[in-house]
Design a protein around this ligand. Structure first.
Ligand code: ZN
Length: 355
């Protein structure tokens, strides 16, 4: 995701204004009741008796992170990327999903032509009421925040940033095959999220340049403009990004709250019921530019479950930083815990099996 993380509140507001002026419908869709393309409000399910969701297996999810890491960095155009993409398609096919792929090429911020692929895996494709679950499957091509300057131009393994969200979705797919949900579920694996320009921007005003922040989230930007299937309109979406750290903190992220605060509160309440309140904190933080923002721009109300670390209120309410492994070579298997994967996976399962 893009580095809105160190920004001051006023800078977040400034970005929102810039995006409103230049980006079209993102922020207008956050603030209007009637969504321009007919996106539906999140249904209130609180009065229905709860359905027991399947039990999420943290060990199995952790093994799926390891399988991705074994491919090496999944940077677009690399062998690891190609191998991981083929593996995802084959795994999801084996699990009974209907696969739709979206292959496209884009130029990165540094003019590198990138071969990218979004992968959609649909369960019960005949159902019209649908929920979208998504994660990015690419990994960062550099480690600009690594303590060792000599290794900052090397790609990271992305066990957490990339690998964890994908692993949770794959593990959920295993249950979707054997225990159908009442609504149809689509798993969307987005490419090119992490190929943005360097995060180490000393002058904060650089963030105000859409030419900077639009270098991120390439797959979701493309998907939002070229939705597959055509006219796709799920009830809502949930994005998983960096969901594996042992000490992860998932706060209520500003853009998610604005576009679907009811859904955020429902998911966080489900986490509390599953006794995972230590991860899902009842605390709001400033916005993150991540794939959910681009999907919202495309008219799909989507929230983000992402590891953000709030910093003391004395430094500004809602301010946060990303965890220390972020965009460093510490983002390897040591940064991922099966307990956190389970906390997130079980919370999402409880949510989707009760829709
Ligand atoms: Zn990242």
């Amino acid at each position: 995701m893009e580095q809105l993380k160190f920004m001051k509140t006023k800078q977040i507001i400034a970005i929102a204004l810039v995006a409103l002026l230049l980006g079209g419908g993102i922020y207008s869709s956050f603030f209007t009741e009637d969504k321009p393309n007919g996106t539906k409000p999140t249904p209130n399910v609180s009065t229905k008796p709860e359905v027991k969701a399947p039990t999420f297996d943290g060990d199995s999810a952790l093994a799926k992170v390891a399988q991705q890491v074994d491919f090496g960095p999944r940077v677009p155009n690399s062998k690891g990327h190609d191998a991981c993409g083929a593996w995802l398609v084959s795994e999801l096919t084996r699990l009974g999903a209907k696969i739709t792929t979206q292959d496209f090429s884009l130029k990165a911020y540094d003019e590198t032509p990138l071969r990218l692929q979004n992968i959609m895996a649909s369960f019960q494709p005949e159902k019209t009421r649908r929920i979208l679950l998504c994660a990015h499957w690419d990994t960062r091509h550099m480690a600009e925040k690594d303590p060792d300057p000599a290794r900052r131009n090397k790609p990271i393994l992305g066990a957490n940033d990339g690998g964890s969200g994908v692993a949770v979705l794959l593990e959920i797919a295993r249950h979707l095959q054997t225990t159908p949900t009442a609504v149809g579920i689509d798993l969307l694996f987005l490419d090119g999220e992490d190929y943005g320009a360097s995060d180490n921007v000393s002058d904060d005003s650089a963030y105000l340049n859409p030419g900077f922040y639009s270098t991120w989230c390439l797959g979701s930007q493309y998907w939002a403009k070229n939705k597959m299937p055509q006219g796709y309109n799920p009830m809502f979406g949930i994005l998983l990004d960096m969901v594996g750290a042992a000490d992860a903190q998932f706060c209520k992220e500003k853009f998610s709250m604005e576009v679907a605060g009811d859904l955020v509160n429902l998911v966080w309440a489900n986490a509390e019921k599953e006794s995972y309140g230590m991860f899902f904190q009842d605390r709001e933080v400033n916005g993150v530019i991540d794939d959910h923002v681009m999907l919202n721009r495309g008219g799909v109300r989507c929230i983000d479950i992402i590891d953000t670390r709030p910093i003391p209120a004395s430094m500004g309410l809602g301010e946060y930083t990303f965890p220390s492994y972020h965009h460093t070579h510490k983002d390897d298997m040591s940064s991922v815990s099966k307990n956190t994967l389970k906390a997130v996976g079980q919370t999402v399962l409880r949510t989707i099996y009760n829709m």
